[in-house]
Design a protein around this ligand. Sequence first.
Ligand code: SF4
Ligand code: SF4
Length: 100
Amino acid sequence: MDNITCITRDGTVWTPEFVTELNAKTCISCGRCYKVCTRDVLELIDRSESDLPEDDDEDDSESMASVMSLANPGDCTGCGACSRVCPKNCFTNSPLPLAA
Ligand code: SF4
Ligand code: SF4
């Protein structure tokens, strides 16, 4: 099955890479991804005990209490901005097939 593709202003075809996962264990709740996302995809939520960060170098009470989540993954356009700004490589992105 063909993957979803888009076209830039000059007609160049490109393949979006949609967010498929967000690793809560590496997220430090910095909010950088939220600031750059132009869609309603991401949301800061309460962190569960099982999602405590693996790397506690930058932990503080605020980052321990919350974690970024994929609230509306269906709104993702696959622009990749969140992945580029994330300092902890929390995001997994992938091309996706056209819906049947
Ligand atoms: S890939 Fe783009 S649209 Fe999708 S969550 Fe990241 S910043 Fe938002
Ligand atoms: S940019 Fe990365 S570390 Fe920061 S809140 Fe988003 S997912 Fe978490």
